[in-house]
Design a binder for this molecule. Structure first.
Ligand code: ADP
Length: 257
């Protein structure tokens, strides 16, 4: 019997041939949004039709990361995603002015997030959803409501981040969402001046945790100033060429494997 991956199972089972993949993290600031944006771009470069939902109400950064700050139009009360870098995007950040999303209370956030999920995603085959960091009520109800086909968790190699990542695995387990894998971000740093390699957040922690939790390890991404600069400028490194683009292409392949 040929082996069938979790994504393939999810793809064949989901309704309009669209796979919804949630990207979560136990805590903020680990690079979940950066990874989501670049995975989306890498999947689009592989010829997939990709949509990205930025549901991070605490810090919607996808409009900046993908250089797409235009307000989406609506047709028949349905939001039309904005296209950037070959990816269709709807973000909480496009609906409100910068900084305003932080003031949202539960019901308002839930209503807005629902509008994003129910947007006009047209022919998208894969929809990535950049979840708010953490494992609180907003995340739980969003996961319960949108029922993703699978989840990816982003963590740094650091113990503290991994403990929280374990909680995220637990959240998806409780809601019956298969965890497709763990991505380790900020793994290792190579000094651009002297070439010395160091590990500011430790090394190998996420791979070991993935093994302990019995979930796939999809790969790692180094801490890199050029990646940060390109991200801030709205030029996702996955869209270009070079080592970062290769790394994201590898992560996208691992996700679909
Ligand atoms: P999260 O979505 O988990 O809160 P972000 O993707 O917003 O995290 O990243 C937090 C900050 O860290 C941002 O300033 C981002 O540019 C930076 N960052 C993320 N990944 C890397 C990396 N691999 N190297 C350097 N900076 C990174």
């Amino acid at each position: 019997i040929p082996e069938v991956s979790a994504v393939q199972v999810a793809m064949s089972a989901s309704k309009p041939q669209r796979t919804l993949i949630a990207i979560g993290s136990g805590k903020g600031g680990v690079g979940k949004s950066t990874v989501s944006a670049n995975l989306a771009v890498a999947l689009a470069k592989m010829g997939r039709k990709v949509g990205l939902i930025d549901a991070d109400i605490y810090g919607p950064s996808q409009p900046t990361l993908l250089g797409a700050k235009t307000r989406p139009e609506a047709r028949d009360k349905q939001l039309i995603p904005v296209e950037a870098q070959g990816v269709k995007l709807l973000s909480v950040g496009q609906l409100v002015g910068e900084g305003q999303a932080l003031a949202w209370r539960g019901p308002m956030a839930a209503g807005a997030l629902n509008q994003l999920v129910e947007g006009d995603w047209g022919n998208c085959e894969i929809l990535l959803i950049d979840l708010p960091p953490g494992t609180g009520d907003v995340q739980l109800s969003l996961v319960q409501k949108s029922r993703p086909d699978g989840a990816v968790i982003v963590s740094t190699p650091q113990d503290l981040s991994l403990i929280d990542a374990t909680r995220a695995v637990d959240l998806f387990g409780k809601t019956g969402v298969p965890v497709l894998g763990l991505i380790e971000n900020m793994a290792g740093y190579r000094c651009p001046h002297c070439g010395e390699e160091s590990d500011p957040f430790g090394t190998g922690g996420a791979e070991a945790s993935a093994r302990d939790l019995d979930i796939p390890f999809l790969g790692r991404l180094p801490l890199s100033a050029s990646l940060r600069e390109a991200s801030d400028a709205g030029q996702p490194p996955a869209a270009g060429s070079g080592p970062a683009a290769d790394t994201f292409a590898g992560l996208a392949r691992a996700l679909l494997a």
